[in-house]
Design a protein. Structure first.
Length: 65
């Protein structure tokens, strides 16, 4: 349901380090990898490929800029 609400197309869900890892595509068709806390379903980490094919990583609660 989380993926559907965000417009993601899920290719695979696996458990990694106790968290859910979702591989798929966002609503714009870009490849994404999202790490989700299993109890709260809070997005911990969100990665996607930019238009120039460099990976971009966003972390919740951090200021990486």
């Amino acid at each position: 349901r989380l993926a559907e609400e965000n417009g993601w197309t899920v290719r695979r869900i696996k458990i990694d380090d106790g968290c859910y890892e979702i591989d798929g595509r966002d609503a714009e068709g870009r490849r994404i990898e999202v790490t989700v806390h299993p109890a709260t379903l809070q997005v911990i980490e969100f990665e996607y490929e930019d238009d120039d094919d460099r990976p971009r990583r966003d972390r919740e609660g951090g200021d990486d800029d």
